[in-house]
Design a protein around this ligand. Structure first.
Ligand SMILES: *[C@@H]1O[C@H](CO)[C@@H](O)[C@H](O)[C@H]1NC(C)=O
Length: 164
């Protein structure tokens, strides 16, 4: 019974999935030019106020826009980008960070953690229109504790972006 029904089921599933790709009007696939990066592992867990946070471990860098040596993303192409950053901090730490475009804050964020012995994370996003060559980075704005940033295998302090 099973043996006779199974091939018929398989054929039905396959033709269904093939039909799934045939969308009236065609697929919407975005810009088609892959610019995307994701990096974590800050070089300095105590960045002074005004310092760029340098994320040294590069997971993805299609388009080569992100520079791990200085933490700065430089747009290889113009367009609308989405940036995202996650920041994990030591307990009893007060932190302000911001996503910055060419020296102008496009998304500020803050967290004050009072929980004992646990390093939480917060994240923020920004949608930014860039011309080719314009730069975006994450900056430390203020902290009450020199050793503010945290990363281990359970939480990454990261920065990522994509051309939409
Ligand atoms: C990356 O940053 C370093 C340090 O600022 C700089 O020397 C280097 O030229 C940059 N690389 C690119 C491709 O811009």
């Amino acid at each position: 019974m099973f043996l006779t029904v199974l091939p018929a089921l398989l054929v039905a599933c396959m033709s269904a999935s093939v039909r799934g790709f045939v969308v009236p009007g065609g697929l919407v696939t975005g810009s088609g030019s892959a610019v995307v990066f994701h990096a974590h592992g800050p070089s300095n867990t105590s960045p002074a106020s005004g310092k760029i946070i340098e994320y040294t471990v590069v997971e993805v860098n299609e388009g080569q826009g992100y520079n791990a040596s200085n933490g700065v993303f430089m747009a290889p192409a113009g367009g609308m980008y989405m940036f995202s950053t996650q920041t994990c901090i030591w307990s009893n730490t007060f932190v302000l960070i911001a996503i910055i475009k060419e020296g102008v804050v496009v998304q500020p964020s803050a967290l004050y953690d009072t929980s004992p012995g646990y390093a939480p994370c917060f994240s923020s996003q920004a949608f930014v229109r860039l011309s080719a060559g314009q730069r975006v980075w994450v900056e430390s704005r203020r902290t009450n504790n020199g050793n503010m940033l945290f990363e281990d295998e359970g939480r990454w302090t990261s920065f990522s972006g994509v051309l939409l």
